[in-house]
Design a protein around this ligand. Structure first.
Ligand code: BTN
Length: 261
């Protein structure tokens, strides 16, 4: 079926990269993550990429729906087979976030921040997200699927999202070439993947990009809301907050927003 992401162009765009081979390109799919997981469970090699022009059941963190307007987005999922203890699996979300920021900055004039734990922010609005899903074999990671969704030229409306959204092209004030962006992201994913064991390096780079660093934030968790000053992340991607009475808080899941007043 015809697609705006023409297979020959994609193959040409990914030439010479280690990640992105083989590549499966769909005009429409339910979720690239679901398909990549299926292929990983069937033995797909590290580096396999599933991408789609549009998704009918794109998934975000915490069971949220992810919108992929045809022609206006990038939606792709990469199969990895990391030598990583399951307890450190959140490092994959860290490295993917950094790689996507760097890829966007290589392919556009934008400067990009990270909203913990998995959001790509441009001018304080969400331009993309990352969903890492992994499979275990016994007590080790068998595979991980790194799913990346970017609003390239279209963003969902305020009534469709919980956090304000934007598109990269709107922030940049110019069109963004999707294939150039894809290549830059995969290139940086390869480079960051080599640093996986070095949680300290990931921590420092992540903290440098953390939205609202040093500011008062509210984190909504399954156990309720906590507020305090954002101090950074640790080597395994947990958010570090200095609570209202000076206590050190370490959060592994939740939604962060800037505290008003
Ligand atoms: C989030 O912001 O919560 C994460 C969004 C991740 C969306 C991407 S799009 C490609 C891949 N396929 C999916 O179904 N989800 C991820």
């Amino acid at each position: 079926m015809a697609t705006d992401l023409h297979a020959p162009d994609v193959l040409h765009g990914l030439a010479g990269l280690r990640f992105g081979h083989p590549v499966y390109i769909y005009q429409q799919i339910g979720s690239t993550n679901t398909e990549a997981k299926r292929l990983a469970e069937a033995g797909a090699p590290e580096g396999l990429l599933v991408m789609a022009e549009t998704q009918t059941a794109g998934r975000g963190r915490a069971g949220r729906h992810w919108l992929t307007p045809p022609g206006g987005a990038l939606a792709f999922s990469l199969v990895l087979r990391p030598a990583l203890p399951p307890a450190q699996a959140a490092r994959l979300t860290m490295l993917a976030g950094l790689a996507v920021c760097e890829g966007i900055e290589l392919a556009s004039p934008l400067r990009v921040e990270l909203k913990w734990p998995n959001d790509i922010l441009v001018n304080g609005k969400k331009a993309g997200g990352i969903l890492v899903e992994s499979g275990l074999q016994g007590d080790r990671l068998d595979y991980a699927v790194v799913g990346i969704g970017l609003n390239v030229s279209q963003a969902p409306g305020a009534d469709q999202v919980e956090f304000p959204a934007t598109a990269l092209a709107d922030g940049a004030g110019q069109p963004i070439d999707r294939l150039r962006l894809l290549r830059a992201c995969l290139n940086r994913l390869q480079a960051q993947y080599a640093r996986l064991a070095d949680g300290e390096a990931l921590r420092a780079d992540w903290t440098a990009r953390l939205a609202w660093l040093g500011e008062k934030v509210v984190v909504t968790t399954a156990d309720g809301a906590l507020s305090g000053q954002a101090e950074g992340v640790d080597a395994d991607g947990a958010l570090l907050i200095r609570g209202e009475t000076g206590e050190a808080l370490r959060l592994v899941a939740g939604d962060v927003r800037l505290r008003q007043g």
